[in-house]
Every structure is written in structure tokens, then in C-alpha cells.
Design a protein around this ligand. Structure first.
Ligand code: EPZ
Length: 417
């Protein structure tokens, strides 16, 4: 287990360029196996989840390599449609290879992604949707065997919930299918729009991404393409949170304001001044933070669940009371016990968390239980007096670029900010 040592009370000011979006590069890497040719992906973040995806592509017979923030993939030697259990278990989001393998090889064998720290994480919507396209599923133990003996045929799919992963898997499975697929109640996240932008550059015919209705006209083949990954809206919200709790002033480059529109009001309600231009954002923190009253997480374009943990740490040192309602995941308050250990005053009841701002947090040893919970601990540690040791730092490296940290010994890192 690795750890991050954070010195508190250091003002976070200056400038940073936003990393590429983790939740965009992951489905796009899966999409490259559908392409007959080389894809060149730019602005790729340096994350362990990206490393895991490259390991899966190599295992499937693809050529894939990274040079700084550019990743090139060529699937011409793609020769396997099963993903080994060990590779699958390293990353829940490897379930996104299900749709791509089915779309490419009409066969996929993956192990159940299993639950994760955020709750059960079922994939019933993925499976029921892919069945409508003609997929047949078998299961032995925790291996899912999925095939399309009669090929994949476009159809109308109405999602019971705007699942991001299920929307992506349907797109990946139907882009080379015969006929047209229409997804109703589709997820609208910007990362889906980015996946579709890449696929359309490769020759796909997909319309409506970013709305609740997406139409996919099946095509015969896809070439590779060059594509720049969009900036990571959750990483940007996290940089803003670090600035807010340390009284700093930060400029963030390569921002798409539309993607973070739902978190900016939170920061303004804490007393921060936030100014956006076409592709930059500046945040100026006040001496003393006030408290937003209510934060309710929902699918995009509402307030994003992934920003809830780091922004809870801002509320933890606010001047009043903030109520959080977590509507997306059943178990997304794993960071609360460690925040309490740092001195936060938080009461949790099912999906509700009531955060009463305190004057001070005090550095201590805490444990990150998941990626965004770990980010919450970094934000709180920056606000705290003294040094905080965050164990389980490997969770944080799944989603925040390695360039933000320096290794100081075998298992210890420190922030570069
Ligand atoms: C994606 O997860 C993101 N991951 C998550 O980011 C993000 O929190 C989530 O979307 C919501 O925005 C990636 O893109 C790799 P969902 P995903 O399917 O696709 C239930 C991070 O920190 N559900 O929209 O798994 C599910 O249990 C990660 O970057 C079903 O019931 O999200 C959950 O309660 C965390 N059945 C809710 O829907 C299904 O078949 C949201 O799931 C699928 C989902």
C-alpha cells in the first residue's frame, strides 16, 4: 500500500493545465479495437486505469504504446475476445470492453466486474440492452460469456436509468451492427460525446450524443483516427476545491466551461470568485468560506457524483451547514470516517450527509477507500493544520495524473502543488 504525505495550510495558487478525462480515454481505448487501422489519441492522462486498459489491449493482441500524453493503438493483430480474470479484476470500468469485443468479434468472455467501493455496481442494464441487439449470455461462476450467433442487429433500446457505461456499451456494440439503433433515455455525459466524436472520425454514423436520444446507423468498417481527449471536468473541480480550502488563486487552462457549469455555483456559494473564458477558468478563494446549502448529485448535466467527495471537504471547513444528497451510488460516503478523523463534523443517513463546517481540521493518518474519496482526503489535508498521511494512495493514482505527485521513497509520495 502506498501513502501520500500532505503538508496542510499551504496556499494553492498559480496555474495548471487540466489533464485529459479518465472517463473519456477509457471507453475510447476500448473503441480502438473496432478500428481497422491506427488511432492516435492525444492529451491522454498518465493514470493506472489507463495502464490497465493498455494491458488489456496488449492481451487482446493489439499494438498499443504511449509516448508522453500520446497513445497510439493498432488493432490489426487483434486475436482474442476473452479478457483474463486478473486483468478484468484490476479495474471495474474494464466492463466497457464487453461492448467493443461484442461489436468486433461477436463474442466476449469477461469476468463479472464485481462490486466496488461505491456499492453493488450491477450491469443488468448493459446485459438487457445487448440482448436486444442479439447477444446471448451464459454465465459460469463469475465469467460472463456473451456471443451473437446471428450477428448484431440494430433496434430501439429504452434505458430504465441513464447509465453512462451501458450507453457506451450499446454504442460500441451497435456501431458495426446491421441496421439502426436508437437509445432512448441515454446518458448525456461529455465523455459519451467525446467517444462518439472519436467514432465518427473513424467513419461511424452516430447522431444525438449529449442528448437523451442517440441514433447509431451501423456501418461496415471503421478506420483509425487522430483525436484529442477532452479535459477532465472532475479533476478540474478537484483543483478548484484545493484552491478554495487554502485561500488561493488558480488559473486552469484547457477547460470546457459547459462541462463544469453545474459545479461553478457551488464554489460561488462558498464565496469564491470564478471567472471563465472560452477555455480557461480562474478561481479566487475568500479568506473565510461560506457554506452552500444543498448539493444533490444526478446524471449530467446536473451536479456530478464524482465531484461530491472532494467538494464535501470544502463544505467541511465552510461557515455553515451543507446538506448532500447522493442519488447516483448507494455507498458513496466512504470518505466520511476519515474526514471525521481529521476533525470534520458530518452526519450520514443513507443517501444524506449533513456537513457542519468547522474552524479547523487537524492532520493525522487516514485511509483512502476509493478514487474520489481519496481526492476528498487530499483536499481536507490541504485545509488541515499539520501533516496528513493518506494511505491507499494507489486509489488516487487511478484518476489523477502522476505528474501531480513526486515519489519520495519506496511507498511514499508528496504533492507537487
Ligand atoms: C461512470 O460509471 C463513471 N466511470 C463513474 O466515474 C461515474 O461516477 C458514473 O459513470 C456516473 O457518472 C467511468 O466512466 C469509467 P453508471 P458507470 O452506469 O458507467 C447503476 C470515477 O470516479 N447501474 O451511470 O459505472 C449503478 O449501480 C467513476 O471516475 C445499474 O443499476 O456509472 C449506479 O448506482 C466512479 N445497472 C448508477 O447506475 C447497470 O447496469 C450509475 O451507474 C448500470 C448501472
Amino acid at each position: 500500500m502506498s501513502r501520500l504525505l500532505v503538508e496542510g495550510k499551504k496556499e494553492i495558487s498559480g496555474e495548471i493545465t487540466a489533464q485529459g478525462a479518465k472517463n473519456s480515454i477509457l471507453p475510447i481505448l476500448a473503441a480502438t479495437i473496432l478500428c481497422d487501422g491506427e488511432s492516435c489519441l492525444k492529451n491522454c492522462p498518465n493514470l493506472t486505469d489507463v495502464d490497465f486498459s493498455l494491458d488489456i489491449l496488449h492481451y487482446l493482441g493489439c499494438k498499443a504504446h504511449r509516448e508522453n500524453t500520446t497513445i497510439t493503438v493498432n488493432a490489426e493483430n487483434f486475436d482474442k475476445s476473452t479478457v483474463s480474470d486478473s486483468l478484468m479484476k484490476r479495474m471495474r470500468s474494464s466492463v466497457i470492453f464487453l461492448g467493443a469485443l461484442l461489436g468486433k468479434a461477436h463474442h466476449a468472455e469477461i469476468s463479472c466486474p464485481g462490486g466496488c467501493e461505491l456499492g453493488a455496481r450491477p450491469i443488468d442494464i448493459h446485459i438487457s440492452s445487448l440482448k436486444k441487439l442479439g447477444a446471448v449470455f451464459e454465465r459460469n461462476d463469475d465469467i460472463i460469456i456473451c456471443s451473437a450467433p446471428d450477428g448484431l442487429k440494430g433496434c430501439n433500446i429504452d434505458l430504465r436509468y441513464q447509465s453512462v457505461g451501458a450507453t457506451e456499451n450499446i454504442i460500441l456494440a451497435s456501431v458495426l451492427a446491421s441496421g439502426t439503433t436508437i437509445i432512448s433515455n441515454a446518458a448525456r455525459e461529455p465523455e459519451i460525446t467525446d467517444l462518439v466524436a472519436f467514432l465518427n472520425k473513424c467513419g461511424a454514423k452516430i447522431f444525438g450524443a449529449g442528448t437523451e436520444t442517440i441514433l447509431i446507423e451501423g456501418v461496415k468498417k471503421l478506420t483509425g483516427a487522430e483525436h484529442k481527449i477532452i479535459p477532465d471536468r472532475i479533476a478540474i473541480a478537484t483543483y478548484m476545491a484545493c484552491t478554495a480550502v487554502t485561500g488561493g488563486c488558480l488559473t486552469v487552462y484547457d477547460v470546457i466551461p459547459e462541462h463544469i457549469r453545474s459545479v461553478i455555483p457551488f464554489f460561488r456559494e462558498t464565496g469564491c470568485v470564478v471567472k471563465c473564458t472560452e477555455n480557461e477558468l480562474r478561481i479566487f478563494a475568500p479568506e473565510k468560506l461560506t457554506s452552500p446549502e444543498l448539493i444533490t448529485t444526478k446524471p449530467y448535466p446536473s451536479f456530478p457524483t464524482d465531484a461530491q467527495p472532494p467538494l464535501m471537504s470544502v463544505a467541511a471547513v465552510g461557515g455553515g451547514i451543507t446538506v448532500f444528497v447522493e442519488n447516483v451510488f448507494t455507498n458513496r460516503y466512504n470518505h466520511v470516517p476519515s474526514l471525521r478523523k481529521l476533525g470534520a463534523n458530518i452526519i450520514v443517513n443513507d443517501r444524506l450527509a449533513i456537513v457542519t463546517g468547522v474552524k479547523k481540521l487537524h492532520g493525522t493518518s487516514v485511509n483512502a477507500m476509493d478514487l474520489r474519496g481519496g481526492a476528498a482526503l487530499v483536499v481536507a489535508a490541504l485545509a488541515a493544520e499539520g501533516t496528513t498521511e493518506i494511505n491507499g494512495f494507489e486509489h488516487i493514482l487511478r484518476g489523477y495524473d502522476r505528474s501531480l505527485f513526486t515519489k519520495t521513497d519506496e511507498n511514499t509520495y508528496k504533492p507537487n502543488f
